[in-house]
Design a protein. Structure first.
Lengths: 270, 315
């Protein structure tokens, strides 16, 4: 299924490109109010139309991509930075109290409905992009810990690890030098999937007003603004929604494609 | 089985205890004193102190935690800071919207996903499979609150088949109640149905590759008979687990969907409570949702062990 990978790459790069380009160029100033031009349908001048303040939707989508990508990226980073070492430690000391502690802790975090806790965190500490990142990031930790431990456990049974132990390497060094490179594929694929979930979560939190705050543009908040105007200006809802879908779809396809590509065994079976 | 049940039950209790501690701790560190917040900036110190003692805020933290948990165990969730009514009553009212909504969505999701997954697996690699799986890829990528807005645009604003929001109340009859929950339930069900259909498909494909499926064909069953009698039945086991887990996603997801449809459920309660800093309500609703998730997971684990004896030994 090379098709998935290519389509996913194209869609994702499109979004990343738009976000990157927005730092140096957008068709209009994304924050500039222009009331006379308000609520225009997509046209030659405003490619995606304008909102109720006459702001250019295309520019807002470009800048909004920045917010989505930044939040999801850092959240995945938090998950990896904490989850991978925990998973490696748990696997290296399989069956020990450390393993037990890490895995039970994981189960516990899994048991929390992530959205509810994200709401609790942002409710208590205040709405904003940083708190949204933390809330989403915390739930990425057990995901990466679990997948790392799973991948590492099967590697610990292999001969080349035994060889490394015989050579006198400690658990930490083996984990870093031999286990980690061998599970990198797994982590990249999972990272892509968590990235797309992060985009969705950020959109959801911003939609209910707990994500990035004005004036930072965000797709979720654009949708919240659009809600009352959807009957006479459907493009206000359709366009940010499509931006989210394209991004998430692109990342998911890329994740699926990468998994098939990196793991030849899956090509035959599925 | 008894040993397994006891062991799982013990870990259920530990999870609940830790969960309550975490939730309490998070809310405790929240800046601001509820009593001063309720009374406004002009309040006298002694009025604030009186209110603090009325709300049970004047005792030490461990004591407050024990009071809270002790209350929860007796169904007493405390008193709302802003409405001055028992939180348990507020939650019970709202639960009558959120719980039916989650169950409705779960039913829809299962009714859509299982046939779709079975169909895709049976036509593996052919056009029907590719189209179905493409649709699920799209379904997973669609934010449900956006889908909800689009449903409102099409079915409420343009076609006028449903109301754009609000809940008529169950006293208007079951049909009327369900009718006003239909669009939210569809919006909530779509992403879950997409995930479930993919699980159903891959689980069935695994089973179809088993030797006993070949035996079933060899003894003279048609493809269709073998698929239904031996394939689908066996493939349902992992699918049931996912259905159980999805219930918690749906209950949590309803929080956002309720915002789109202005439904008076737990979600609206939480957001109203957040904006008025009524933290005891936030705390209690979150604890209730976590409780529901942990208990459902427990039930799923037990059901799973009942169906598949191998699991009892392994864990």
């Amino acid at each position: 299924m090379k098709r998935n990978l290519i389509l996913g790459l194209v869609l994702s790069s499109l979004v990343v490109l738009a976000a990157g380009l927005s730092f140096v160029w957008t068709p209009f100033d994304h924050a500039a109010l222009n009331i006379p031009d308000k609520l225009q349908r997509p046209n030659a001048e405003h490619w995606f139309g304008t909102d109720h303040f006459g702001r250019d939707l295309f520019s807002m989508i470009m800048v909004g991509a920045r917010t989505s990508i930044a939040v999801a990226f850092v959240a995945v980073g938090i998950g990896m930075a904490a989850g991978v070492p925990l998973g490696l430690a748990a696997a290296a000391h399989k069956g020990s109290w450390l393993d037990e502690l890490i895995m039970r802790g994981n189960d516990l975090v899994f048991a929390f409905p992530s959205l509810v806790i994200a709401i609790l965190i942002t409710a208590v500490f205040g709405a904003g992009a940083i708190n949204a990142i933390i809330a989403i990031g915390i739930f990425n930790i057990p995901v990466f810990a679990r997948i790392t431990r799973g991948g590492a456990l099967s590697l610990w049974e292999r001969e080349f690890i035994l060889a490394a132990r015989v050579a006198g390497k400690g658990a930490a060094r083996i984990s870093a030098e031999h286990i980690l490179p061998n599970i990198a594929n797994l982590l990249i694929v999972q990272g892509t999937i968590q990235f797309s979930l992060g985009i969705l979560a950020e959109a959801g939190l911003s939609y209910v007003g707990l994500g990035a705050q004005p004036p930072t543009p965000s797709w979720g908040r654009m949708l919240a603004d659009a809600q009352t105007m959807v009957s006479f200006a459907p493009h206000l809802a359709l366009i940010p929604g499509s931006a989210i879908i394209v991004t998430v779809l692109g990342l998911n396809l890329m994740g699926d494609g990468l998994r098939d590509w990196l793991d030849p065994r899956l090509r035959v079976t599925r | 089985m008894l040993r397994y049940t006891l062991k799982r039950f013990l870990s259920l209790l530990i999870s609940l205890a830790i969960a309550s501690l975490v939730i309490f701790a998070v809310v405790e560190v929240a800046p601001g004193d509820p009593a001063s917040f309720m009374l406004g900036i002009n309040a006298q110190p002694d009025t604030i102190a009186a209110l603090r003692s009325e709300l049970g805020l004047d005792v030490s933290r461990p004591e407050r935690y024990l009071n809270w948990v002790g209350g929860l165990l007796q169904g007493d969730f405390g008193t709302s800071y802003t409405y001055r009514t028992p939180v348990s009553d507020m939650i019970a009212d709202r639960l009558w919207v959120s719980l039916p909504l989650a169950l409705y969505a779960l039913t829809l999701s299962t009714l859509i996903a299982l046939p779709a997954g079975i169909y895709a697996a049976a036509r593996r690699g052919r056009a029907g499979d590719v189209v179905t799986m493409g649709a699920t890829q799209l379904g997973v990528a669609v934010p449900n609150f956006w889908f909800a807005m689009i449903l409102v645009l099409i079915f409420a604003i343009n076609l006028r088949w449903f109301a754009a929001g609000g809940f008529v109340g169950w006293d208007q009859g079951l049909i009327a109640g369900l009718h006003s929950l239909t669009l939210p339930a569809i919006a909530l069900a779509l992403p879950q149905a997409s995930i479930l259909a993919r699980v159903m498909r891959s689980s069935l494909l695994d089973i179809l590759g088993e030797d006993f499926m070949r035996t079933a064909r060899a003894k003279g069953l048609t493809r269709r008979q073998a698929l239904w009698r031996h394939g689908v039945r066996n493939a349902l086991i992992p699918v049931l687990t996912i259905i159980g887990l999805q219930f918690s996603f749906l209950l949590a997801g309803s929080i956002i969907i309720e915002q789109v449809f202005y439904l008076p459920g737990l979600g609206r309660l939480v957001f109203q409570a957040i904006s008025s800093r009524d933290l005891i309500v936030v705390e209690s609703v979150v604890m209730l949702l976590v409780f529901a998730v942990i208990v459902v997971n427990f039930a799923v684990d037990l059901a799973y062990a009942l169906v598949d004896p191998r699991l009892r030994v392994r864990s």
